[in-house]
Design a protein around this ligand. Structure first.
Ligand code: ATP
Ligand code: MG
Length: 459
């Protein structure tokens, strides 16, 4: 059979994969087959496609060596130092063989293999070790599933390939991958695999903080992220990675009436609610998860999770303002001060988190108060009550010119006072009114400065 004939055949019905595939993925396979190589779709793409989920990344495994892959795909580049090549948006990896792992981590070098079965055997989970492709241009495409990943997909099970004890001992990152994938798919971790994970929980400390951070943050993006954290807690992995959070599992939740709930349960319920009210918003998910820790401990955890300084500041500001201590006798000015506390840029996030917080709580009275505060905040918003210096009817230049003052910090202080006044009474936000008040404030400050400047004893 000629090479070109076999490529043409790849399009015929019986030679197409039994799951939906992106055309780019097929075209990459065809290029590799055409060049005489064996090449297969494998990994998360096959798994997710079988489950009817949207596939973002297709992984291709081949017997072609990295430099051969580069030659076949003009413009392709190395994705990492292990020889994975990025071509036409896909990750192409040369078959590998497992070898001894030092330190419970991914080895510093890889050994290439010619054998697709060896490559499938080194993969972490049975559902990630299903391959579809062909050995070369002259063979028929077919599915290879030596670990019965199809069976586990059917039974909705996450199971290690081979002996679980050994697989987690080799590479402790697999502990987090298994939990992330099980939580995302709502699969059960098969009992022997789960027992091995519990046994090896402490090995997670061999994995770099950065890689742990990446996995944990991906868990937050799942549909019901609490599932992942319950497994992390139960296996002992949470205590080894985020001990501050694990400690919350020993503290009863006092704000709710349910007697067995812990503060971690409350954090996780808030996290799941935030995932529903604000899907895809990592900042809110983190604020929801970490809010019971308070600002200082939450800051420590955010640093460990490698959250940027900017996001971290925002998250801590939201956590700080989450408890409103609201009472129905609050004046509207009090409501506006609460809005100002978090800042206009984060007010929406704060409201979403408060909503999630209420949804997660079984305290009906607190929920009613929170609903009322939210309604009052929305009313203030609708009335466009000014809350920032930028919304004042005057700016620094106006104040300077009117008062005949040089540029100085005093101007900023006067503007801050004007804003306080306007937050207390928005009807003051008129140019002439504010400039008149600026004059009064200046007089007051001058008097105060003059007063303190007088030698003591003379009144
Ligand atoms: P997702 O892309 O949704 O995270 P995935 O399973 O595709 O899931 P990748 O990181 O893209 O994850 O890895 C691709 C494949 O490589 C996996 O499906 C698995 O077969 C294998 N793999 C990845 N990491 C490991 C590991 N630490 N140990 C063994 N095999 C791994
Ligand atoms: Mg993938």
């Amino acid at each position: 059979m000629t090479t070109s004939a076999s490529i043409a055949e790849a399009g015929s019905a019986d030679e197409r994969p039994p799951f939906r595939v992106a055309p780019e993925a097929i075209s990459v396979l065809e290029s590799l087959w055409h060049a005489g190589h064996g090449a297969y779709l494998v990994g998360g793409g096959v798994r997710d496609s079988y489950l009817g989920l949207q596939v973002v990344d297709w992984d291709v495994a081949t017997d072609a060596r990295p430099e051969q892959i580069l030659a076949i795909f003009p413009g392709s580049t190395y994705k990492n130092r292990f020889g994975t090549v990025l071509a036409q948006g896909l990750e192409i990896t040369t078959f590998r063989r497992d070898h001894r792992y030092a330190d419970h981590r991914r080895p510093e070098r890889v050994t290439f293999s010619e054998d697709v079965y060896e490559d499938l055997a080194r993969r972490d989970l049975t559902i990630n070790a299903i391959a579809w492709g062909r050995r070369g241009p002259d063979s028929k495409p077919r599915e290879l599933d030596p670990a019965d990943g199809r069976g586990d997909l059917e039974d909705r099970l996450v199971r290690a390939v081979g002996a679980p004890e050994r697989r987690f001992d080799e590479d402790a990152l697999r502990l987090l991958r298994a939990i992330r994938i099980a939580a995302r798919l709502d699969f059960t971790i098969e009992p022997i695999t789960y027992a091995a994970m519990t046994e090896h929980a402490r090995d997670i400390s061999w994995v770099s903080e950065e890689r742990v951070a990446t996995e944990v943050r991906r868990m937050l993006a799942g549909p019901t992220p609490s599932r992942a954290f319950h497994m992390l807690l139960e296996t002992g992995i949470l205590a080894a990675t985020l001990p501050e959070l694990a400690a919350l599992a020993d503290q009863p939740e006092t704000a709710t009436t349910s007697s067995t709930a812990t503060r971690l349960d409350h954090a996780l319920a808030t996290l799941d609610s935030a995932r529903i009210t604000a899907p895809g918003q990592e900042r809110l998910a983190l604020a929801a998860l970490l809010h019971p820790l308070g600002v200082d401990l939450a800051g420590t955890v955010l640093e460990r999770l490698r959250v940027s300084g900017r996001d971290s500041d925002a998250i801590l500001r939201i956590i700080e303002t989450l408890p409103a201590d609201y009472r129905p006798d609050w004046s509207d000015a009090n409501v506006r001060r609460d809005m100002r506390r978090v800042g206009a840029d984060l007010l929406d996030d704060l409201l979403l988190l408060r909503q999630a917080h209420v949804d997660a709580s079984s305290d009906a009275a607190a929920a009613a108060l929170d609903d009322e505060l939210r309604a009052r905040i929305h009313a203030q918003r609708a009335a466009a009550a000014p809350l920032t210096l930028g919304e004042l009817a005057v700016d620094g230049r106006d104040v300077r010119d009117t008062l005949g003052l040089p540029e100085s910090p005093a101007i900023g202080r006067i503007l801050d006072r004007l804003l306080e006044d306007v937050i207390a009474d928005p009807s003051l936000n008129q140019r002439m009114t504010l400039l008149t008040r600026a004059n009064l404030i200046l007089d007051e400050q001058t008097l105060r400065v003059a007063g303190t400047a007088r030698p003591s004893g003379i009144r």
